[in-house]
Design a protein around this ligand. Structure first.
Ligand code: S3P
Length: 456
């Protein structure tokens, strides 16, 4: 990996950034970086397969680079022959070796939790840490089920990182029912089951993103996915398959496209096209919600790329109205609530976003972060139980606030987008977290006419 691809030094100084309303509408056609979830999984399965996996469109954000560094430290051959093009020489299932140092997974919950699944059934000892945000996040949701395979964990109080894990030498398969909808936990258990003899089953009462299942199939593993009542699924993996290297094409990340889409909706007169956006049905809750709010979003040239449905999304600004977003939709748009709340604050009427308990344990407590930030911008907002309620009057919010980003990219970007519509500028205290998932966000938005100052 080239040096310029290694994650930013956590000691570098915060980079405050302000956004102002542009003088002209946003216009143009752009492509956002590759899907973060798919990028992590492509590297991990590539590292476990036999042979060489070629990945195109990999997200070169810090979260994914952390996964690449960790896998490299454990023996996988990982190279970057060109922009977005990565080559992984796998060690074969069970072949990862002990890393000489701590595995530092930066800000990435996905890297930490899903890798722990892999480590749980490799007979090696690993030490795992992350940044202040990741070190505050609950890991018990994975260390609990992974211990049942026979892995041993030593964690800080409250099941937090740093932790040590000694993987099981003779793992036993398990059946695990997810207590909260989480694709990370599902993936951790499935990937632990991958190197375990017999069949491992995960039951998810509510469907979550299924990139792990799709990619396991793509690399030759055998899975059974049985639909259950009320949208849930029972997923069984047959352990110790021959995992064969396979090329991966990563679609553009709908979670990053979300910021561009909402920006185009709330800056009057805008028309923007976002190309090649991944539209896996387990990820499209934001688009359904925005359309219910009256958004003009057209799906152009719908096609399949790399086994995932994609389309170009043409977005036109217009008047939005409030909507009632049901809790069952949360897993399909879990990362999009902050930006949906920004759209809601520019809409006419009440938007209720229900069942958001999981937002409290993301990179920051997003439920509090959104509510506090919107209120500081003059928006009528409240949290009732696990629901977020935003009352808009169809006019631009006041703005004029300084937002604390708390190491959370999905707080930083929504408030910069909001600044494009507010009467007074909105500032964020630190733009550095944006690089975890959307490197190039500022210049790309500027190409559409956003006018953000470039980060130094
Ligand atoms: C992810 C799953 C989600 C999501 C995260 C990425 C994944 O987390 O918030 O950004 O790639 O599996 P949870 O599993 O905690 O819901």
């Amino acid at each position: 990996m080239p040096d310029d691809m290694i994650s930013h030094s956590p000691t570098s100084a915060p980079a405050p950034l302000a956004g102002v309303r542009p003088k002209t509408p946003l216009a143009g056609s752009i492509r956002v970086p590759g899907d973060k979830s798919i990028s992590h999984r492509a590297l991990m399965l590539g590292a476990l397969a036999v042979g060489r996996t070629e990945i195109t469109g990999l997200l070169e954000g810090e979260d994914v680079l952390c996964t690449a560094s960790a896998l490299r430290a454990m023996g996988a051959g990982i190279e970057r022959p060109g922009e977005g093009r990565w080559r992984v020489d796998g060690v074969g299932l069970g072949g990862l070796g002990e890393a000489p140092d701590m595995l530092d997974l930066g800000n990435s919950g996905t890297a930490a939790r899903v890798l722990l699944g892999i480590l749980a059934t490799h007979p090696i000892t690993s030490f795992v840490t992350g940044d202040a945000s990741l070190r505050s996040r609950p890991m018990g949701r994975v260390t609990g089920p992974l211990s049942r395979f026979g892995a041993r964990f030593t964690t800080r109080e409250g099941d937090r990182l740093p932790l040590a894990v000694s993987g099981a030498a003779s793992p036993v398969p398990i059946e695990h029912t997810l207590p909260v909808p989480s694709a990370q936990v599902k993936s951790a258990v499935l990937l632990a089951g991958l190197n375990t003899p017999g069949e491992t089953t995960v039951i998810e009462p509510q469907a979550t993103r299924d990139h792990t299942e799709r990619m396991l199939g793509h690399f030759g593993a055998t899975l059974r996915v049985e639909p259950m009542e009320r949208g849930g699924r029972r997923i069984t993996i047959v352990g110790q398959p021959e995992l064969k290297a396979a090329p991966v094409v990563v679609p553009a990340d709908i979670s990053s496209a979300a910021f561009v889409i909402v920006a185009a909706l709330i800056v009057p007169g805008s028309e923007v096209t976002v190309e090649g956006v991944g539209l896996n049905p387990s990820r499209t809750g934001l688009l359904a919600s925005l359309r219910e709010m009256g958004a003009d979003i057209a799906y152009l040239d719908e096609r399949i790329e790399g086994g995932e449905p994609v389309a170009d999304l043409r977005v036109r600004a217009g008047t939005l109205h409030g909507a009632d977003i049901p809790p069952e939709r949360a897993p399909s748009m879990i990362d999009e609530y902050p930006i949906l709340a920004v759209a809601a604050s520019c809409a006419r009427g009440r938007t209720v976003m229900r069942g958001l308990a999981e937002l409290r344990v993301k990179e920051s407590d997003r439920l509090t972060g959104i509510a506090t930030g919107l209120a500081a911008c003059g928006v009528k907002v409240s949290v009732e139980g696990d629901d977020l309620i935003v009352d808009g009057d169809g006019r631009a919010p006041a703005g004029g606030a300084l937002i604390e980003t708390r190491l959370d990219h999905r707080i930083a970007m929504p408030f910069l987008v909001m600044a494009l519509a507010t009467k007074s500028p909105v500032r964020i205290d630190d733009a550095r977290p944006i690089a975890t998932s959307f490197p190039g966000f500022v210049p790309l938005m500027n190409r559409l006419g956003a006018g953000f100052p470039e980060i130094g």
